[in-house]
Design a protein around this ligand. Structure first.
Ligand code: ADP
Ligand code: MG
Length: 443
């Protein structure tokens, strides 16, 4: 019969739905059945490709009757099913039509490109290396390892690489993910070997892997081991890998030596804090991409902002919270950025405990109510705000923050922080609360 791939797929999807309902065991379904597909249907026989020898055995014996019953129903005639193992070519068609099942929240930001990345002596080598990799993915240096302090443009470069590759070749499959996403995906999904194989399969079918802030994986043994496997597979397949980190591979603590040496098998580049001239240029470029008109700034204001934030460019983003309609003098800038500047200047003095105390005070709770185990409805928000502020102001790893909250795990803290970040975009009450608490903290 001359069914097209789409028709075969539609037919098989109907069979799968019936079997899935009947089976009612998503682990078995995901491990052995979910990625099966029909390659031919003739002489009342369906030929189905499955993902492994084990799947072939199990499906041909234990589940054969359920499948044949479902298939006969769908086809309207008695059908026999033959399960076989995958063959490269047909597999490709299936892979392309699959929708993402993992890393749903990871995406490439089209606003971060090489065009709007300001180059200075501090980041020139890193920018050149990134551009080189983006124009020849998988062929020159593998991996590219970029390291440097927070806010210096590492994430920006990863997205720039992704956008550049996409522009040159839209068919290239690129996976950008933070190491936090990588950890959560591993922890929440992988229970056994077959889950690991599936997740690994998903990642490795990409042409390019961009993984941000690898230092977060330190000490997470299982995740690290899994990352090592993914890394090795992609490396051997000549898939481009780009990794960022807050420090040089040699200085990463809690990583196996073999992984650290893999990190250095390609090209390792650092980014340094910008000099004054580069900071000024970056500040101008940030303002240009914001709603504020560059002309509203007194010239010395730009210098002032640049000098305050040269060690962490991310903070320049706050500049854009200044009212876009006014003419911006030093005083207005100082006022608008006051809490930020004070916090940065007194960063060493702010501690987890101070943040917890300040939030507790603000919401008329006691610190132990916020850090305790009980979960009354009116505690959730202040608790999440604490986590958010600790992440933002002290940039502690999620797992460490969790320890201050009765040992909450990494992913619980992360989802709390993300909730606040999301709310802050639209909720003006919350914006005020967070900014008031920051002001209290600076005193
Ligand atoms: P990192 O990942 O190193 O912590 P990011 O890439 O998140 O830093 O950079 C923080 C902010 O500063 C982002 O908004 C980014 O666009 C901006 N930025 C950093 N370096 C540059 C640069 N050289 N040119 C333009 N913007 C930059
Ligand atoms: Mg980053």
């Amino acid at each position: 019969m001359g069914e097209s791939i789409t028709e075969l797929q539609a037919l098989w999807n109907r069979v799968l739905r019936i079997v899935k309902d009947e089976l009612n065991d998503s682990r078995i379904y995901d491990a052995f059945i979910g990625d099966s597909y029909l390659i031919s249907y003739s002489n009342k026989t369906m030929k189905v490709v499955v993902n492994s020898m084990l799947a072939q055995n199990i499906l041909s014996t234990k589940y054969s009757a359920s499948f044949e019953k479902a298939a006969s129903n769908v086809a309207g005639v008695p059908v026999k099913i033959v399960f076989t193992q995958s063959t490269g070519e047909v597999n490709k068609v299936k892979v392309e039509e699959e929708k993402p099942e993992f890393f749903m929240s990871s995406s490439i930001k089209t606003s971060l490109t090489f065009d709007n990345f300001v180059v200075g002596p501090c980041n020139k080598s890193a920018q050149q290396a990134s551009l080189l990799i983006a124009s020849n993915p998988g062929t020159l240096y593998n991996p590219l390892f970029l390291y440097g302090g927070s806010g210096l443009g590492k994430t920006h470069l990863l997205h720039a690489i992704a956008n550049y590759i996409k522009e040159n070749d839209p068919t290239k499959r690129i996976l950008y993910c933070t190491s936090d996403d990588f950890i959560s995906e591993f922890i929440s999904y992988v229970r056994g070997e077959s889950d690991a194989t599936k997740l690994k399969g998903f990642i490795c079918k990409h042409d390019v892997l961009l993984i941000d802030d690898i230092q977060q994986i330190a000490g997470k043994e299982q995740t690290e081991m899994f990352f090592f496997q993914v890394f090795t597979k992609m490396y051997n397949d000549n898939k481009q890998i780009v990794i960022t980190s807050d420090k040089h591979p040699d200085l990463l603590k809690g990583f196996e030596e073999r992984l650290k040496s893999r990190f250095q098998a390609g090209l390792t580049m650092d980014i340094k804090p910008p000099d004054q001239q580069t900071s000024v240029e970056i500040t101008k470029s940030k303002i240009k991409s914001s709603p504020i008109n560059l002309d509203s700034f007194d010239p010395e204001v730009i210098e002032f902002i640049a000098s305050k934030f040269s060690k962490n460019i991310r903070s320049i983003d706050e500049t854009t919270s200044i009212n876009p309609t006014s003419h911006i003098t030093i005083e207005i800038a100082q006022e608008a950025l006051a809490s930020l500047i004070m916090i940065k200047d007194s960063k060493t003095k702010i501690t987890e405990q101070k943040i917890i105390n300040a939030v507790a005070d603000y919401y008329n709770k006691t610190p132990s109510q916020l850090t305790g185990r009980s979960r009354p409805a009116d505690i959730a928000l202040p608790r999440h705000i604490c986590m958010y502020l600790i992440k933002e102001l002290l940039d502690e790893p999620y797992a460490k923050i969790g320890m201050a909250f009765s040992g909450k795990d990494h992913s619980t803290v992360m989802s709390g922080v993300k909730k606040v970040e999301k709310e802050l975009k639209t909720n003006t009450l919350l914006q005020t609360a967070v900014s008031d608490i920051k002001k209290i903290l600076k005193q």
